[in-house]
Design a protein around this ligand. Structure first.
Ligand SMILES: [Zn+2]
Length: 87
């Protein structure tokens, strides 16, 4: 969902750091005189992605281990059930 300017409802180009308040460029300049205090929406999205990635990496290792354990057993069962084993 694209962020919207909280003042004029145009697509937001900037957000205040650590908040979800979005501003279009015009309103950002009107309110803050410049945009140096603001993160661009793109920058914020990238920071979020980085955070999510870091968090995921912590958990993914565990999940992968479980999935792989299950998969090995599942494959063995499948083969003995008559699926041709081409390996
Ligand atoms: Zn605006």
């Amino acid at each position: 969902m694209p962020k919207k300017c909280i003042i004029c409802d145009n697509p937001a180009q900037y957000v205040i750091k650590d908040t979800s308040d979005g501003y279009c460029q015009e309103c950002a300049i009107e309110c803050f005189n410049d945009t140096s205090l603001l993160l661009s929406v793109e920058e914020q999205a990238q920071e979020l992605k980085k955070l999510i990635k870091e968090n995921m990496n912590d958990n993914v290792g565990e999940v992968w281990k479980e999935v792989n354990d299950d998969t090995e057993e599942g494959v063995d069962e499948l083969n003995s059930d008559g699926e041709p084993n081409n390996f």
